[in-house]
Design a protein. Sequence first.
Length: 136
Amino acid sequence: MGETVFEDRHYREATAKGEAERALRPIPASVRFDEVSGRIVVDFTNGAAFMVPARSIQGLEDATIGQLSDVALLGETGLHWESLDVDFTIAGLMNGIFGTTKFMDAQRRGGQSRSKAKVEASRANGAKGGRPRKNG
């Protein structure tokens, strides 16, 4: 196969196109763990912010406050917890991907479990009148 030769103008055009596309999308400016809400907060250059419950993310469920606070931006696309060796893309988190399929299924099923303690709590709440009826 023939060798492709790129001229300087190709690089300039590609760089200009990339910069134009970058200017149109929000860029992460900072990330922090908000201890009060228990959320990871990503602030963007356009003033928007994204928050996600920290303990809903695989690998962070049992992390200490110090470990959760040790979050850093990984370029413009990811989050990184050095001490936990955990990385996630911001886009993935924004799309609700908080871990592997197996982890996500376990999280989803968590509220559906039928433990003895849960059954007893349900009965106790029922004895108090149960859930209030919905209006409408």
